[in-house]
Design a protein around this ligand. Structure first.
Ligand SMILES: [Zn+2]
Length: 420
C-alpha cells in the first residue's frame, strides 16, 4: 500500500499525552469511587452520563455520531474516499462494580485522541476514521459479556440481547430506551480495520520492562460445570473404606486442573474458582460437590487435549473414590488470531516511536475478539501497575498510555492512508 510507505517514511507525529490523560481523568469522575476507582455499570444513569460526555467530545471533534440498536456509539471523521470502509479504534466505557479508570476507557479515549491529533495537524485520511464505544463489555449486570460487539459481529441476535434481563427483571431493550441510546443506525456496518488499545490486565509487560504489547491474538476458553455425586454419611459411624466422599474426589480434581494447565505451558491456563460443598456440615461426609473449571489455550488442539485430560481425570477420580463425576461444557470461546497485517502495523507503530515492544497473547476476552470475526483486527497493550485490573487500585502511567496511543495513531494512519 503506497499510503503505508508514505506514513512509514515521514517523521512520526505524536499525540498529546497530557490531553489524553486529562480526558481519562474527566471520564473517571463519572461514577468515581472513594478508593479512586470507577463504578459505571452498563445502562445505568451513570453509564448514560458517561455516554453523553463521550458523544459531546466526539461532536466537539467534528465527528458524525450514530448509535445502533444495541447502543454501540460510533463517531466518524470523513475520509477523502467515502467508498472505503472506516479504520476504527474503540473499546468500552462500562466498568465492573468496583472497576478502575483505564479498563475500556483507555481504548475509547485513545481513539478520540488520535482524531483530535489529526484535527490539530489538518491531516486528511483516505479511508474514514471512526471511534467506537461498545455496549456492555463487562457483562456484570447483563450476560453475555461483550454484548455490543458480539451483536455487531452477528455472534448474538439483536432480539436475544435486547431481551436479556438483570436481577430486577429490567431488560436491555427497556434500559437502552430509558437512557436514550436505543439507536436506529444499521447494526454491523462494515469496518475496514479495527484497533483496540487496552491496559494489559496482566504482569508481563511490567515484568519485562516493555512499553508496547503487540497482541497477536487471544486465548480460546472452555468452561465446565462439574458435579461430583457421592453419598452423605455420618462422620463417626462410617468407616473410611466405606465412604463415597465427593469432596475428596473434587479436591483431587482441583489439583488435576492445575497439573493439566501446567502441562500446556507457557500459555495453558486452568482455574477452579467456584466450589460448593453439600451439605457443608462439619460432621457429614460430603455427598455432593459442584465446581467450575476454566481452561484457556491459544489453539484448539491444546484446548481439546486439556478437555481429554480432564475427562480422564474425572473418570479416574470417580473409580478411586466410588463417586459419580459429570463434567458439562458450558462456555466455548474459540482461540482468536488477529490479522497479520494489522499486527504488523502495530509493531511498526511502536518502532516508529522508538518504543520497546514484544508479542503477547491476550488471556482475557475483549471486544476486539468479536470484531475480529468480521474485520481485520489487532490490539495494543500497555503496562498496568502490578498487572491489576477489575479493581479500584487499577493504575497505569501517563507516559505508557501516551506511548500506546502513539502506536495506535501510526497504525491507524498506515491502514487509512494519508491523502495528498
Ligand atoms: Zn476492557
Amino acid at each position: 500500500m503506497n499510503d503505508a510507505v508514505n506514513v512509514a517514511t515521514r517523521p512520526a507525529i505524536a499525540i498529546d499525552g497530557e490531553r489524553l490523560w486529562r480526558s481519562l481523568m474527566d471520564l473517571a469522575r463519572i461514577g468515581a469511587t472513594p478508593l479512586g476507582g470507577v463504578r459505571r455499570i452498563t445502562l445505568t444513569d451513570l453509564d448514560r452520563e458517561g455516554r453523553d460526555r463521550m458523544v459531546a467530545w466526539l461532536k466537539d471533534a467534528g465527528l458524525e455520531v450514530r448509535v445502533d440498536p444495541i447502543g454501540n456509539i460510533f463517531g466518524r471523521r470523513a475520509g477523502t474516499d467515502p467508498g472505503r470502509p472506516p479504520v476504527v479504534a474503540g473499546s468500552h466505557i462500562d466498568t465492573q462494580p468496583s472497576g478502575g479508570k483505564f479498563d475500556g476507557a483507555y481504548g475509547v479515549l485513545a481513539g478520540l485522541e488520535v482524531v483530535r491529533t489529526l484535527n490539530d495537524r489538518g491531516i486528511r485520511t483516505v479511508a474514514p476514521v471512526e471511534v467506537a464505544v461498545w455496549t456492555n463489555e463487562e457483562g456484570t449486570r447483563y450476560t453475555p459479556v461483550m454484548m455490543g460487539s458480539g451483536a455487531f459481529a452477528g455472534v448474538f441476535t439483536l432480539e436475544h440481547v435486547l431481551g436479556r434481563t438483570d436481577l430486577d427483571g429490567r431488560s436491555v431493550g427497556d434500559e437502552l430506551k430509558r437512557i436514550g441510546y436505543a439507536g436506529t443506525a444499521p447494526l454491523g456496518a462494515p469496518i475496514g480495520t479495527y484497533f483496540e488499545a487496552h491496559i494489559e490486565q496482566g504482569p508481563i509487560l511490567e515484568d519485562t520492562g516493555t512499553t508496547i504489547g503487540v497482541v497477536t491474538g487471544a486465548l480460546g476458553q472452555r468452561w465446565y460445570d462439574v458435579v461430583v455425586t457421592g453419598m452423605n454419611a455420618h462422620a463417626g459411624p462410617t468407616p473410611m473404606d466405606l465412604r463415597k466422599d465427593a469432596l475428596l474426589a473434587a479436591a483431587k480434581l482441583v489439583g488435576e486442573v492445575n497439573r493439566i494447565a501446567r502441562s500446556e505451558s507457557p500459555h495453558g491456563r486452568g482455574t477452579v474458582g467456584y466450589l460448593q460443598v453439600a451439605p457443608n456440615s462439619r460432621n457429614v461426609v460430603p455427598g455432593e460437590v459442584r465446581f467450575s473449571v476454566d481452561f484457556r489455550h491459544p489453539n484448539d488442539d491444546g484446548l481439546k487435549a486439556m478437555e481429554r485430560a480432564l475427562r480422564a481425570a474425572c473418570a479416574e477420580a470417580g473409580r478411586e473414590y466410588k463417586v459419580e463425576v459429570a463434567a458439562e461444557e458450558v462456555v466455548y470461546f474459540p482461540p482468536c488470531q488477529f490479522d497479520r497485517e494489522c499486527v504488523a502495523a502495530v509493531r511498526a507503530g511502536a518502532q516508529a516511536h522508538g518504543l520497546s515492544s514484544r508479542e503477547i497473547v491476550s488471556g482475557a476476552g475483549h471486544d476486539a475478539v468479536y470484531v475480529a470475526r468480521v474485520a481485520p483486527t489487532a490490539m495494543i497493550f500497555v503496562p498496568c501497575k502490578d498487572g491489576v485490573s477489575h479493581n479500584e487500585i487499577e493504575d497505569a502511567k501517563p507516559e505508557h498510555l501516551a506511548a500506546g496511543c502513539n502506536a495506535l495513531l501510526h497504525a491507524m494512519l498506515s491502514r487509512a492512508g494519508v491523502a495528498g
